[in-house]
Write a protein that binds this ligand. Structure first.
Ligand SMILES: [Cu+2]
Length: 128
């Protein structure tokens, strides 16, 4: 009799474990489906930080033909950004969105006369 109970309990534990597993997988799958589009647009977000007298990267990449969100912040000193040939500018700190249809390389420059090495504050925006 004791052995039978043991088997029964084992069977219940195993099936509960299996059910639990299946439930987790379903949740993961559903959760995985939803954030995908958000991630896709989040990919077209660039974070640029400026300090004396450089940007946090020489090159930034974004996708052509869809909105690019550019977050900008001066972490040291007072700087801004402009993109050569485009109507875009942020000063000191802020976030703006721009759509660039034509792939290519665009020059990002500091648009505030910030000091002796102001001219060195350039970076490249690669739009693919
Ligand atoms: Cu500057």
């Amino acid at each position: 009799m004791k052995k039978t109970w043991g088997l029964l309990i084992s069977a219940v534990v195993v099936s509960a474990a299996l059910a639990g597993c299946g439930g987790d997988k379903k949740e993961t799958a559903a959760g995985g489906d939803q954030p995908a589009p958000a991630t896709a647009s989040a990919e077209n977000t660039i974070s640029i930080e400026a300090s004396n007298w450089k940007f946090n990267s020489d090159t930034f990449e974004a996708k052509a033909g869809e909105p690019i969100t550019i977050n900008f912040k001066s972490t040291e000193g007072f700087h801004g950004i402009g993109i050569e040939g485009l109507d875009f500018d942020i000063q000191n700190e802020g976030s703006k969105t721009i759509t660039i249809d034509k792939a290519g390389e665009y020059k990002i420059f500091c648009n505030i006369m910030c000091g002796p090495d102001h001219d060195k504050m350039v970076a490249t925006l690669v739009v693919k």
